[in-house]
Design a protein around this ligand. Structure first.
Ligand SMILES: O=C(O)CCC(=O)C(=O)O
Ligand SMILES: [Mn+2]
Length: 214
C-alpha cells in the first residue's frame, strides 16, 4: 500500500495480474477446454503417481476395431460413489469404491475446477506404444454436456482435439500433475485422442473424473 497525503492505492505486481487472468479456451468454437497446468507440486505428483501405479485395480481393456475385439495392453480401472455399471465399446465395468488417494484427488480437482464428479475412469499407458484413438466421452450414461476433468501423472504426452465437422485440430502437452477440463458442448462437437509416440519410454497414468447418470 502506498499512501500520500490521505490518498492511498495498492500496487499490484504483474504476476498478481496474470494469476487472476481467466483461463484461456483452447478450442476456437463449439466447446470449452481449459488447461490449468500443474496443480500439484512435483514431489506430491510423484507420490500420487507411485501410489496409483501400485494401489489401483488395473485391468486390461477391450476395444472393437472394424468389428473385431482386441484386448489392449493399456490398463484401465473404473471407480465411483456407487457400483455404477459403465458400458462402452462392448465392455462392461462395475465401479469400485474410492481409494483414499482417489478421494483426495477428486477433492483437489473439484476445488480447482468448481465442478463436482461422482466417478473416475483411469488409464495406465506403459509407454508411448500405447495410446487412445479418436473418440468423444459422450456416452448416454454420462451427464449431457457435463464437465470432464482429466488429471495426468508420469510421462508427458500429447493430447489432440479434432472437430467432428470442420476437422479443425489442435494439440497440447499434458504435464505430470496437470489438469485439463473439458465442458459444455465439447464432447458433442469435438473428438480427442492420445496419439502413440515412439519417443515416450516411460509410463503415464490418466484420471478422467466424470458425472455418471446411468
Ligand atoms: O489419457 C488421456 O489423456 C485421455 C483418456 C481419455 O480420453 C479417456 O479416458 O476417455
Ligand atoms: Mn476420452
Amino acid at each position: 500500500m502506498i499512501t500520500n497525503k490521505g490518498c492511498s492505492f495498492k500496487i499490484y505486481s504483474v504476476v498478481t495480474l496474470f494469476e487472476n487472468d481467466p483461463l484461456v479456451n483452447l478450442l476456437p468454437y463449439d466447446g470449452l477446454a481449459t488447461y490449468h497446468g500443474t496443480i500439484l507440486p512435483a514431489g506430491q505428483a510423484d507420490d500420487y503417481f507411485k501410489k496409483l501405479m501400485g494401489n489401483i485395480a488395473w485391468n486390461s481393456d477391450e476395444v472393437v476395431i472394424f468389428g473385431k475385439r482386441f484386448v489392449t495392453s493399456r490398463k484401465v480401472a473404473w471407480y465411483g460413489d456407487e457400483p455404477f455399471l459403465y458400458t462402452y465399446s462392448n465392455s462392461r465395468k462395475l465401479a469400485l469404491p474410492w481409494t483414499s488417494e482417489l478421494i483426495a484427488l477428486k477433492q483437489l480437482v473439484e476445488d480447482s475446477s468448481g465442478e463436482t464428479f461422482n466417478s473416475c475412469l483411469l488409464n495406465l499407458y506403459h509407454n508411448g506404444g500405447e495410446g487412445m484413438g479418436w473418440h468423444s466421452d459422450d456416452e448416454s450414461s454420462l451427464k449431457k454436456n457435463g464437465a470432464i476433468a482429466s488429471l495426468s501423472f508420469g510421462a508427458e504426452r500429447k493430447f489432440s482435439f479434432k472437430h467432428k465437422q470442420t476437422k479443425a485440430s489442435l494439440s497440447i502437452m499434458l504435464e505430470h500433475g496437470s489438469l485439463l477440463i473439458m465442458k459444455r458442448d465439447t464432447q458433442a462437437n469435438w473428438m480427442h485422442s492420445l496419439p502413440k509416440s515412439i519417443k515416450v519410454t516411460n509410463p503415464r497414468v490418466n484420471l478422467t473424473f466424470r458425472t455418471f447418470t446411468g
